[in-house]
Design a protein. Structure first.
Length: 260
């Protein structure tokens, strides 16, 4: 577990890196990623399992296990996709409320179908998550899984902090930039091949087939687990901790709070 409170990423460095990510990926985020998420809802879970060589389910299970819930909690799942996290939270603690927000109507349509299949109720909003349509201090728990690489963190993280209740927890899980250069070298090449292979297996659309290079580049220009912890602290989150997966922090599980 990483728990250091030292911060080497200043506000200026954070701003520069987010500007760099925007300059590289804003067109892809706006034009291509929505087309990918039109294509993948029906096979999103199984596609991730194939692309990760079966590790996806382990990562999701580890993420859900980090999340502490109490009866009556109001939870928000940001970039909820097909509602996999929300469904699992309700299976873990039935007497909570779950709100899902995602800009893809196709992913949320599949998410609502899956929620009905598992006989759980999830409120769905289809909207860009960079501006959250909720009052300040609205949620006890907020989750964000497997999406932050595709987001402008300097916009979405302050919004998450704003709508989180004092003392509430923000739980984050995503594929991150490995801390070890050698691991990163192998990982980025594996990622490009695995995305291409998965697109072939599931007969994906052209948009999905052409995104392999983007998924590699998005990781290359993202944050290591420790750097992301520093970013959370810089934005204003407190008590930030991080657990990492195997392979030099390829996947990180962050837990942070809004100061009470």
């Amino acid at each position: 577990m990483e728990t250091s409170t030292s911060t080497s990423i200043t506000s200026g460095i954070f701003e520069q890196r987010e500007q760099k990510r925007r300059s590289l990926f804003s067109h892809t985020w706006k034009e291509f990623i929505p087309k990918v998420f039109e294509d993948v809802p029906q096979y999103y879970r199984s596609g991730n399992i194939v692309a990760s060589l079966g590790l996806w389910e382990l990562w999701v299970w580890q993420f859900i296990n980090t999340i502490k819930l109490r009866p009556g909690y109001k939870t928000l799942d940001v970039c909820a996709g097909t509602n996999d996290v929300g469904i699992r939270l309700l299976q873990k603690q039935a007497d909570i409320s779950v709100t899902a927000i995602d800009r893809s109507k196709e992913m949320q349509a599949e998410g609502q179908r899956r929620a009905a299949k598992y006989n759980v109720k999830i409120k769905s909003l289809v909207q860009d998550v960079h501006t959250l349509p909720f009052p300040d201090n609205s949620f006890d728990v907020i989750t964000l899984q497997a999406a932050s690489r595709h987001l402008q963190l300097d916009k979405v993280l302050p919004e998450i902090l704003r709508v989180l209740k004092p003392g509430g927890h923000f739980y984050h899980c995503d594929m991150l930039k490995p801390s070890t250069p050698m691991v990163e070298w192998f990982y980025l090449r594996f990622l490009r091949m695995s995305v291409a292979w998965t697109a072939l297996v599931f007969r994906s659309t052209e948009a999905s087939r052409n995104c392999g290079e983007y998924f590699k580049d998005a990781i290359e220009h993202f944050y290591t687990p420790n750097e992301l912890s520093e970013v959370f602290r810089l934005v204003g989150f407190a008590n930030v901790t991080c657990r990492t997966s195997i392979w030099g922090g390829m996947v990180g599980f962050h837990d942070s709070q809004k100061a009470g």
